[in-house]
Ligand binder design. Structure first.
Ligand code: ZN
Length: 121
């Protein structure tokens, strides 16, 4: 209790000013992250809606089944070598020079060789 009391009495020091500035920066960062999270949630909800609408149109027009969609999703999921329910960037070995680049570039960072790129990513 004495520590809390003493800290309260020392409210005019340089250290308190710095802590106050740090708190202001932390609050601003927190607020910015909350806005970005809200935007991302909105984008995900919008994309989910469009994805569902597209799927229903395709299913009706070309007569594909939910099972075929699931099978294709699994096939696409496995392209990065890991069945984890999402497409992630993975190291790719260049067929021309043999060095390893990240799949997000779809190009060898060393020799410029284009990698085979899926239609959508
Ligand atoms: Zn290369």
């Amino acid at each position: 209790m004495a520590g809390i009391w003493l800290a309260g009495m020392q409210g005019t020091g340089q250290g308190d000013l710095i802590r106050s500035q740090e708190l202001t920066v932390a609050r601003e960062q927190s607020s910015m992250m909350a806005r970005e999270l809200k935007d991302l949630n909105h984008q995900i909800a919008r994309l989910s809606l469009l994805n569902q609408a597209l799927w229903e149109l395709i299913r009706e027009r070309i007569k594909v089944t939910d099972a075929e969609l699931e099978q294709k999703a699994r096939e696409v999921d496995l392209r990065d070598g890991v069945e984890d329910g999402c497409v992630t960037n993975t190291p790719l070995q260049c067929p021309r020079c043999g060095r390893v680049s990240n799949s997000k570039h779809w190009k060898c960072l060393y020799c410029g060789q284009d990698f085979e790129k899926p239609a959508m990513l």
